[in-house]
Design a protein around this ligand. Structure first.
Ligand SMILES: N[C@@H](CCC(=O)N[C@@H](CS)C(=O)NCC(=O)O)C(=O)O
Length: 113
């Protein structure tokens, strides 16, 4: 089960990751949109960004948690997910994933880091 962490009220960069997960029908939880009593919500996202116990905190959201692995940077997340969601196993699907990552780079470039 993938855990996507992104601001709950905007589409933003998180939407690139959501679209990839949704298109593949992959199991994931949109953590910050979840309920705090269930260990989700903004507090769960803030844990990764602010808690000193996290050895390698992500740069910013979106970030993806896959088991013990925490991956930040939208393009890196998409390049990580591509082969795992099936697109990378089909030669024709790979450019779509790569293009999505590159599109985020162009669309959002210069505003983030
Ligand atoms: N280069 C990063 C940029 C991440 C970024 O700037 N995220 C914004 C929202 S789209 C954010 O959460 N900014 C808050 C911050 O940097 O503290 C990426 O592609 O994921």
């Amino acid at each position: 089960m993938y855990h996507l962490h992104y601001w709950p009220t905007i589409q933003g960069r998180g939407e690139f990751v959501r679209l990839a997960l949704e298109a593949a029908g992959a199991p994931y939880i949109d953590i910050a949109r979840g309920d705090e009593p269930a260990g989700q919500g903004m507090a769960a996202m803030a844990h990764y960004l602010e808690d000193d116990s996290v050895a390698r905190p992500p740069f910013a959201c979106p970030f993806l948690v896959d088991g013990k692995l925490v991956i930040s940077q939208t393009a890196a997340i998409l390049l990580y997910l591509g082969p795992r969601l099936g697109a990378g196993r089909q030669e024709r699907g790979r450019p779509v994933v790569d293009a999505s990552a590159a599109t985020d780079d162009c669309r959002c470039g210069g505003r983030g880091a």
